[in-house]
Every structure is written in C-alpha cells, then in structure tokens.
Design a protein around this ligand. Sequence first.
Ligand SMILES: [Zn+2]
Length: 326
Amino acid sequence: MRQTENILERIAKQGIVLGDGGYLIELERRGWVDSGWGSEKVGTGKGCGQFTPEVAIENPEALRQLHREFLNAGSEVLQALTFFGTREKLNRAGYGGQTEAINDAAVRIAREVAGNKALVAGSVSRTQLFEREGRSAANHVRDLITEQVRLLADAGVDFLILETFFHLEEMLIAIECSRASKLPILATMTFRPTLTQCSDGHSPSDCARKMVDAGAAIVGVNCEQEPDRILAITREMRKAVSVPIAAQPSAFRTTDAVPCFTKLPQFPDEMESIQLPRNAFERFAEKAHEEGIQFLGGCCGCNAAYIHAFARGLAATTETAQRNVS
Ligand SMILES: [Zn+2]
C-alpha cells in the first residue's frame, strides 16, 4: 500500500522524520553480503568493490528481517536495498543480468514490511565510475542512473534517496536523472577524505546550494563520519539553504587525521574495534532539532539498536518541548 502523505508533508507536519539504518554492512556481518575482501585487492580501483545488493533475490528473508527490525525500532522510512544497484556495478560483481530483478525485489520486500506504517524510499548511490574513470564517465553514469531510477519508479517507491556520492558532478547528474520520475528527491553527499570539501572540491554549503538548485527537495550528508563529526557539515549546509537538512551518520569512530571510516586501516575487517556506542546516536537525536536537521537516519554500522537510540533521543526532546509549552 502506498502512503498518501509524502515525505515533505510528513516533515512539515512532524518537524523531524526518522529513517532507518545501514543495510549492507549489517547484512555483511550477518553473512549475507560479500565485502569483496576475500576475492580482490580492495582499493586498487580494479576490483569490483563488491557490497552489492543481490541478497534481495538470493536471501530475501534476511533482508526482510532487517527491514522488520528497523520498523520495530521506530523507522518511519524504509530504504529499499538498491544501493550499488546500477547495472555496471552489478555486472562487475556478476549480477548485471539480474539488475531488474534485484531492484524490483528490493522495493517489493521493503513495501511488504512497510505496509501502511512507513514510507519506502529507493536508494540510488554513486556508480563508482567517477572514482574509477574520471569525468569522462559522465554520459555512461547518466545512462546507468536513468535506468535505475526508472526501475525504482516502476516498482513504486514513494521517494528517492540519492546517497554516498563523493563527486558533486555525479550527484548533479543523478538529480537530473531523478527529476524525470517526479518523485521527491532527498540528496546527501559524502565527504571523503576531508570534511571541508567533497572529492571534486566543493564545500558543504556549495554542495547544498547546487543540489537544491538542481531539484533536490531535501539535502544533507551521509556515511563516513560519526554524529559529532558530521555536524560540522550539516551546520554549513543549514546556513546555505532553507530546505530540510538530512543527516545519516555512520557508527564508526574516526580520527582528526582520517575523518572517514573507509580510509581507516580497520575497514572492512576490524570495524568492531571502532564501533561507536549507540548512546552517541541518542545524544545526536536530542540535538537534531536545534541543529535544523529534519531527516535523521543511520548509515554504515547502524543496526536497529541505533535507530531505537535515535527514537529515544527524539522522544526526549519532544517531551521537553511539551513540558516547556505546558
Ligand atoms: Zn554508509
């Protein structure tokens, strides 16, 4: 069942909407997603860099269960697991022929669990081609994302989350491709290796302005940093634009020297040693309102316990607000 209220109406009504957590890392920990670590030399730019979403067709029950856990913890949005679901990325992992089936199944499973309790978002990520091939990949990227957006819209998502883009240029292509669907667009950049510039040299405020100008209805940042560090980015964005700001931090402790977990030596096989406690997310939720964040979710390393912590933090601020009024 599709929700009649869209994400923007829900944000306007509630002030803050709670999303879900990270799927691929959690499902990798549970044994259902391949990190690619055992089969290729990661970081060379030559391998697949796996973390692809074929679990949607190979082990749908594992995916269904994680959706259920997020919903039960308080998520008001479930993201279909279509991250890294463009045809070329799936092809590198050996699943290109199942591009339609994977995207379709992922949306269907999210919708089944969401019922009338949560919105369903289609996830569109960077293709990795800007990192692998440079700007000459732009036309190929446009074709790949156009295809995936069409698959997600046909499968019936309520809105699109464009996330984990390192290059603003690729993000702007993705927004342009997404506008054809007429669905609301939530667009979040990821900052690596610094907090002050994305990979093609744009500041957080510049990214926010350009994403809004291109047609995103909600903009923000996701992945790579823990809540305290990601705030530096959302504050810049908040000052630059008037649309709702989204924040989906990861749950790994990074350092001043390396403020992104995928560049730390612990990635991907020692991340338990840099896992952040969930109460950091409760505190972040308590601050979200005053920081002007209106869409709150978790990225890599966030399972249902972290979403539950978010929900507790949001409930605490609501109670405080109500007490102040009464
Ligand atoms: Zn992430």
